[in-house]
Write a protein that binds this ligand. Structure first.
Ligand SMILES: Cc1cc2nc3c(=O)[nH]c(=O)nc-3n(C[C@H](O)[C@H](O)[C@H](O)COP(=O)(O)OP(=O)(O)OC[C@H]3O[C@@H](n4cnc5c(N)ncnc54)[C@H](O)[C@@H]3O)c2cc1C
Length: 386
């Protein structure tokens, strides 16, 4: 393959996965990251079978599994009664793996370490992207001032507030507030905790074991956007302090400085294409979704693996390769984004007591295997062959 060069904008989970996928297919890759330190904030993640199979395709499945913990999951009410519980053994039978709880830092480090160190350029904020018929160009502000790089392919993996998206799809509506705010933390906790989501009216609390005595928890509630409490942990204790064990104990074991709070935004209007010329969008830049199916990072990993596969032939025939990327990725990722929004409305955001009673009864009556089949609609994805 002639020296094909890709510039990836953003070193999140999506950007690093894309860089690795392209690198493994023989591309020379430069990743431009605006932060001074490459790092991932945001505590933990759940990775389902699709994300784990994607990581297998990148050669990282075993390393990531070693760094995490099995987290098959289930749904409870605020008193701790199980409404639905995933049987880990059945999940393995259906999907070949359970879900995995992993610290974001561990996943990010594993991706970074699989790439040659020279690939990543930090303190490099991309300001402008342009695509011609044969080349694309990226202008960025680095430690030495304004610079530009020519590339055969530019990958916009710059997240929810993607500048690449805003520049190439200037009239596309900006991400919208989804109606909920979320707090999260990863903490040391001495007791074993089952992976579970608990629902109360307009509120959800999730807990995920990460292995090595670490637990990732999050709380989400319906709220107006932009709210901040003087003491976020105290606000959480007030909201979730009378929920079932071990929720109060998890909050009591949380040091105040580690709690993150984010309003949940999503790309409410789906993009008409993930490709413009020689630029492809990926991850949250392409399809920022609400976190209710735990699929945002999983979809970014899938995007990366498919992008690498369609670009395996190098820069020749790139327009056709990118058209194939858009065709393979857009319908699935946008369907999952829609399903995540629905899951949030039916789950965390539901407030009406009658609707909650109907939902909870329906969940209790749904056999575990049927619930798993519902989950498999999103999680049962395999990388392209070859
Ligand atoms: C509360 C919550 C819980 C979640 N839980 C899960 C879960 O359990 N499972 C799951 O799969 N997903 C989950 N997600 C979703 C997941 O976190 C995201 O979908 C995923 O991290 C997106 O990765 P990304 O690489 O596309 O974007 P990002 O992680 O946002 O990375 C973008 C990168 O681009 C950089 N950048 C931005 N602009 C520029 C620029 N102009 N120049 C250079 N660099 C730039 C940023 O600094 C950043 O490093 C959750 C999300 C939230 C909010």
């Amino acid at each position: 393959m002639a020296d094909a060069h890709a510039v990836v904008v953003g070193a999140g989970i999506g950007g690093l996965s894309a860089a690795l996928a392209l690198h493994r297919h023989g591309w020379r890759v430069t990743v431009l990251e605006r932060a001074a330190e490459p790092r991932e904030v945001g505590a933990g993640l759940t990775l389902m079978a699709n994300a784990l199979r994607g990581l297998d395709a990148l050669g990282l499945g075993p390393a990531v599994r070693r760094g995490g913990a099995e987290a098959p999951g289930g749904i409870r009410d605020r008193h701790g009664r199980w409404l639905s519980r995933v049987d880990g053994a059945e999940m393995i039978r259906q999907l070949g793996t359970t879900a995995l709880g992993v610290h974001r830092t561990t996943l990010h480090r594993t991706l970074r370490e699989a790439l040659p160190a020279s690939v990543l350029r930090t303190s490099a904020e991309v300001e402008h992207v342009e695509s011609g018929p044969d080349r694309a160009e990226v202008r960025f502000r680095g430690p030495a001032g304004s610079q530009s790089l020519a590339a055969d392919l530019v990958v916009g993996a710059d997240g929810l507030r993607s500048r690449v998206r805003a520049q190439l799809w200037p009239r596309h509506p900006a991400p919208e507030y989804a109606g909920s705010t979320a707090w999260r933390a990863a903490i040391a906790f001495p007791e074993p905790v089952p992976a579970a989501i608990s629902w109360g009216p307009g509120a959800e609390f999730g807990m995920v074991p990460l292995g090595d005595g670490q637990i990732y928890w999050y709380g989400a509630v319906n709220a107006p956007p932009g709210g901040r409490a003087p003491d976020e942990l105290a606000a959480l204790r007030e909201r979730f302090g009378d929920w079932h064990a071990p929720i109060p104990a998890l909050l009591a074991a949380t040091p105040p400085g580690v709690v993150l709070r984010n309003d949940i935004h999503h790309l409410a209007v789906p993009l008409p294409s993930y490709v413009r010329g020689r630029v492809a969008l990926l991850g949250d830049a392409a399809h920022a979704m609400t976190p209710n199916l735990g699929q945002g990072a999983g979809q970014a990993i899938e995007d990366a693996v498919v992008l690498g596969a369609v670009c395996a032939g190098g820069a020749d025939g790139l327009p056709a390769a990118l058209a194939a990327y858009d065709e393979q990725r857009r319908p699935r990722s946008q369907a999952i984004a829609r399903a995540a929004l629905r899951a949030g409305r039916y789950g965390q955001q539901l407030r009406n007591p009658l609707a909650i009673a109907v939902r909870d009864t329906a969940l209790r009556l749904t056999p575990g295997r049927a619930a798993l089949r519902g989950m498999a609609r999103y999680a049962d994805w395999s990388p392209p062959a070859g």
